[in-house]
Design a protein. Structure first.
Length: 363
């Protein structure tokens, strides 16, 4: 993460605009990515995946709001497989100001992106990228800070001018959106992105196009091609459509008194230490960095069981003594968990499930 470009919600509007100009200078609007565009896909019927998926991972990012909070949601997947979902809540400290959306929403987005255990190769944001007054929309700001390929998909045009009229166009039609007098530091006529007609009715052409623009490390033409691959029968591309649905779910969870996962997140685990993963579906897994084995240890009866030091210590010692991996482990659960009986923990390859909003804990 490039902390120098993080948005400061306490800054003045003049300072915010200055930071956006710096972000735009840092942005790369040519193809500087490693994924195969032809392999980009996320199906509308994608479900939680239990096996390692094939294809580049795409992260869709969207937000929901309460009176005082912004709730950011991210859904990561590829093809028919959703591999991770995360959400985070932050203070909504400034109102919506056209052109300064990233200062309202990005702090929560960065919080949720830091929770990811997967490494998406492409970020798709609900908002503009280069189609912006200072060429630094939400997708550009997120892409530059994370230094990841990013694309913005907006429902409305913030600035710039479509080369052709966008009225009543058939599905898959597109036209460039070029810079105008409202766009800073761009020669008039520079292609900023495209209006893309992702869906249309056959008998009544009343669906408006979406406005696609590169955020970072993607060219304008490539960005539109990527979004065309990621649409699956709906107006919005699947990454942001599914993120929008999950944001609504996360908002309801928050209003119901639930909090997003707050465990300390670790991206790596030293080979001589174990890390336990607490999953939303109540499963607990462990792994070490050296072998990357995924082991189904046990199913908890509650989602927020505290792993006691003595219980995890026994498993850690087994690993250090060279008895890892093993088929069976015997252990005694601590009284704090509500279970005092001996349990057997079976390694079951068919049950390996590495998806979900997991949080890593050092033993």
């Amino acid at each position: 993460m490039r902390s120098a470009y993080l948005p400061d919600t306490d800054a003045s509007q003049t300072e915010m605009k200055h930071l956006q100009r710096s972000v735009a200078e840092e942005a790369i609007w040519t193809d500087a990515h490693s994924f195969d565009i032809s392999c980009l896909r996320l199906r509308s019927d994608a479900r939680t995946c239990t096996n390692s998926p094939n294809g580049p991972l795409i992260a869709g990012i969207d937000q929901a709001f309460t009176d005082e909070k912004v709730i950011s949601a991210v859904v990561v997947g590829t093809d028919d497989c959703i591999v991770e979902k995360q959400w985070a809540v932050s203070e909504c400290s400034i109102p919506y100001i056209p052109g300064l959306l990233s200062f309202r929403e990005a702090p929560s987005i960065f919080s949720v992106l830091q929770k990811l255990q997967t490494q998406p190769e492409l970020l798709v944001c609900d908002g503009s990228g280069r189609i912006h007054y200072r060429q630094a929309g939400l997708a550009t700001h997120v892409g530059v800070v994370m230094d990841r390929p990013a694309i913005g998909v907006a429902k409305n045009l913030l600035c710039g001018s479509p080369v052709d009229s966008v009225e009543r166009r058939p599905a898959e039609w597109q036209t460039p959106v070029v810079s105008d007098a409202y766009v800073e530091n761009a020669t008039t006529g520079t292609v900023l992105g495209h209006a893309y007609q992702s869906r249309q009715y056959d008998t009544s052409r009343r669906i408006n196009p979406v406005y696609v623009s590169p955020g970072h490390r993607v060219a304008p033409e490539t960005a539109t091609t990527c979004i065309a691959h990621l649409c699956d029968g709906y107006k919005l591309p699947e990454p942001t459509r599914q993120a929008d649905a999950f944001a609504a779910t996360a908002k309801q969870r928050y209003l119901d008194g639930q909090e997003p996962p707050s465990w300390c997140l670790l991206s790596t685990c030293p080979a001589d230490r174990l890390a336990f993963v607490i999953l939303p579906d109540s499963y607990v897994y462990e792994r070490t960095d050296s072998t990357d084995h995924r082991l189904l240890i046990r199913r908890w009866l509650c989602k927020r069981t505290v792993l006691c030091r003595s219980w995890v210590g026994g498993i850690r010692n087994s690993a250090r003594q060279g008895r890892y991996p093993v088929t069976w482990w015997e252990g005694v659960s601590h009284s704090n968990t509500g279970h005092n009986k001996s349990k057997s923990y079976r390694r079951d390859a068919s049950s390996d499930r590495w998806w979900t909003g997991a949080s890593w804990l050092y033993c």
